[in-house]
Design a protein around this ligand. Structure first.
Ligand code: PXG
Length: 302
C-alpha cells in the first residue's frame, strides 16, 4: 500500500504528492521544516516542535497559512490516513511558487507538507558499541549569516560536513563554529560528561536548539545533576569521560572515539546509558506521559 502524503489540506498517494519546480523550497532551499516522532498515536513534544517551526518561519519572513492548532490537526489527519501509530514525521513549509529570481514577495501560496514515514534508527549494535566522531573542516553556519537556530530547508552546510566524516571513515561529524568552539553534529546535538557535570554547547554557539537536547537537560537536572550550557573546545571533548549525541531520529547515541582519541574506557558511558534508558522510558509510555499529545479527534482516543 502506498504512503499517503498531506499537502495543503489534501491527502494524496505518494505518487501524486508533487510540488512545482518553481517552488522556492526547491529552487533556493527557501522554507522551514521539523522532524517529529509519534508513538502509539501520540506525538512527542508536539507543541515544542510546532513552536520551533513558527519561530523558524518568523525568522525568514515566512507566513505559515495555518494556525498551530490546524497544523497539529493536520499531523493527526496524516497519521490516521496511513493508519500509523508509530512514525517519524517530516513537516515542511516551503515559500511556494514564485519567479526564477530570489524575490520572496513574488511567491504565493506556501506549501505545507506532512510525510509520515517509518522511524530510521541506527542499528542496535551502534548503541551498544558507540560511534566514532571526527571534527571536520566545514565550519557551522555563522549565526549572523544563516543562524543554525533556524531549521531551514537548506542543509548544504550539514551535508558537506557529513560527506567529510564519511570520507574519513567516521559515523558522524563534529562541526565547530567560526570561533573554533564545538557547535553540533550534522543532525544531532552533542553532550559530554566531565567530573560529575553534564556539558553541552550554549544555544548561541551556532546550533539548532534540539528538542531531544532540552529533554535530556531536563532528565539530567531531574536527577540532581548540574548541566552546563557552555562554549566548549575540542580539548574539552578529548578529556571527557563520556560523550553522546541527541536527536529525534537518533535518540541518544554514545560516542566512543573522537578524532582518534578513545573516550573514557572506549565503551558507552554509564550516565549515557542511564539517560538513554530514562529517555526511552519517557518514549515508551505515551498514555501516561504528559510530554505526548493527541488531539480530541486523534484516533488513539476510543
Ligand atoms: N541539530 C541539527 C542540525 C538538526 O538538524 C538536531 C540537532 C536535533 O534536534 P531535535 O529537535 O530532533 O532533538 C537536528 C535534528 C535525522 C535528521 O534524520 C534530523 C534532523 C534533520 C534532518 C535529519 O536524524 N534534525
Amino acid at each position: 500500500m502506498s504512503l499517503k502524503v498531506y499537502i495543503n489540506g489534501e491527502i494524496l498517494p505518494q505518487e501524486d504528492a508533487k510540488i512545482s519546480v518553481f517552488d522556492h523550497g526547491l529552487l533556493y532551499g527557501d522554507g522551514v521544516f521539523e522532524g517529529l516522532r509519534a508513538h502509539n498515536g501520540r506525538v512527542f513534544k508536539l507543541t515544542k516542535h510546532i513552536e520551533r517551526l513558527f519561530e523558524s518561519a518568523r525568522a525568514i519572513f515566512l507566513e505559515i497559512p495555518m494556525t498551530a492548532e490546524e497544523i497539529k490537526e493536520a499531523i493527526f489527519t496524516a497519521l490516521r490516513a496511513n493508519n500509523m501509530k508509530d512514525s517519524y514525521i517530516r513537516l515542511v513549509v516551503t515559500r511556494g511558487v514564485g519567479k526564477l529570481g530570489l524575490e520572496p514577495r513574488k511567491c504565493s501560496n506556501p506549501q505545507v507538507i506532512i510525510i509520515t514515514d517509518t522511524i530510521q534508527l541506527y542499528p542496535p549494535e551502534l548503541y551498544a558499541k558507540g560511534i566514532e566522531l571526527v571534527t571536520v573542516a566545514t565550519v557551522r553556519n555563522h549565526p549572523e549569516s544563516v543562524n543554525p537556530r533556524i531549521k531551514c530547508l537548506n542543509y548544504m552546510n550539514n551535508i558537506l560536513a557529513k560527506m567529510e566524516s564519511i570520507n574519513a571513515g567516521a559515523t558522524e561529524a563534529i562541526m565547530l563554529n567560526k570561533d573554533g568552539f564545538v557547535a553540533e553534529c550534522t543532525g544531532q546535538n552533542i553532550f559530554m560528561v566531565n567530573g560529575e557535570e553534564l556539558y553541552t554547547p550554549h544555544p548561541n554557539s551556532g546550533i539548532l536548539k534540539g528538542i531531544t537536547r532540552d529533554t535530556v537537560i531536563d532528565i539530567a537536572k531531574g536527577r540532581g545533576m548540574k548541566v552546563m550550557e557552555d562554549f566548549l573546545t575540542r580539548y574539552d571533548l578529548y578529556i571527557a569521560k563520556e560523550c553522546f549525541l541527541t536527536g529525534t531520529a537518533a535518540q541518544i547515541v554514545p560516542a566512543v572515539k573522537i578524532d582518534g582519541r578513545i573516550v573514557g574506557n572506549g565503551k558507552p558511558g554509564q550516565l549515557t546509558q542511564e539517560l538513554l534508558k530514562e529517555y526511552r522510558k519517557l518514549l515508551a509510555n505515551p498514555e501516561v506521559s504528559e510530554t505526548f499529545e493527541s488531539l480530541e479527534t486523534g484516533y488513539s482516543r476510543p
